[in-house]
Write a protein that binds this ligand. Structure first.
Ligand code: MG
Ligand code: MG
Length: 250
């Protein structure tokens, strides 16, 4: 069931989203060689709690941390660990959610640890651009799969592949609500988008093939061919004027 959000509800999601955005920024500033992903998780948790919010992922389906931190060939859902030490040339996906007065915000960014090669930089740039192309479609009366079609056209047009097994989602009173929002699709198909829908759009784009699998920890999704993967996500409200991104700092 898809729930439309009132202006008041969107303001609560925005508050959650702004804390998530600031949290990702603060976490990203600490990404450097020698830092562990557990160190970063602590920084994030402390910040969210200091703002009077709750981390959204902690306790979700048994996940025990504030962030999902995914290095290099890890696509999403990497588990923070003191054994995972960042080194120069790594890329790190930082995925964060927070809850404010019962409403969720969800966002992700992929950042480099020191200098990275040009292909890897281009992977990150194109994934971010693909997210923006998807968001541009979020006007009332457009169709749901217009979003994924725009993401896919840009990412594949630049020679990368799009992960199909994991998708964007409605968000509000729950972290994951209907509808699912794939990062691929046929333009002009799917349900009509409506004012008051709030969706998390989150392209996952691989340097190599699209296939993935889940590691033995039950969480970490990795590319089958070991190629690097990037992930960018925003939470967006559809208004009569078009998309309003709730997880970018004003
Ligand atoms: Mg997320
Ligand atoms: Mg999400």
């Amino acid at each position: 069931m898809i729930t439309l959000k009132s202006k008041d509800e969107i303001e609560k999601i925005r508050r959650a989203g702004q804390v998530v955005a600031e949290c990702i920024l603060r976490t990203a500033e600490q990404v450097k060689p020698g830092v562990t992903t557990l160190d970063l998780d602590r920084i994030a948790e402390e910040y969210i709690v200091s703002q009077g919010l709750r981390p959204a992922f902690k306790g979700y389906l048994g996940f025990r941390h504030t962030l999902c931190l995914s290095i290099n060939e890890e696509v999403v859902h990497g588990i923070p660990s003191k054994k995972r030490v960042l080194k120069e040339g790594d890329i790190l996906g930082i995925d964060c959610g927070a809850i404010y007065e019962g409403f969720y915000g969800d966002s992700a960014r992929t950042v480099p640890c020191g200098p990275v090669g040009p292909e890897v930089q281009r992977l990150m740039d194109v994934t971010r651009e693909s997210l923006d192309r998807g968001i541009e479609q979020m006007h009332p009366h457009k169709r749901l799969y217009d979003i994924g079609a725009a993401v896919q056209a840009h990412a594949e047009g630049q020679g990368f592949s799009v992960v199909k097994e994991y998708v964007g989602h409605g968000i509000g009173r729950a972290l994951h609500e209907d509808p699912q929002v794939p990062n691929y699709g046929t333009p002009g198909t799917g349900m009509r988008l409506k004012e008051g829908m709030v969706l998390a759009i989150e392209p996952m784009v691989n340097l190599g093939g699209q296939e993935t699998y889940i590691l033995g920890d039950g969480w970490t999704v990795v590319t089958k061919d070991g190629s690097f993967s990037a992930h960018f996500e925003d939470t967006i409200a559809i208004t009569e004027k078009g998309p309003e991104i709730l997880t970018r700092l004003k």
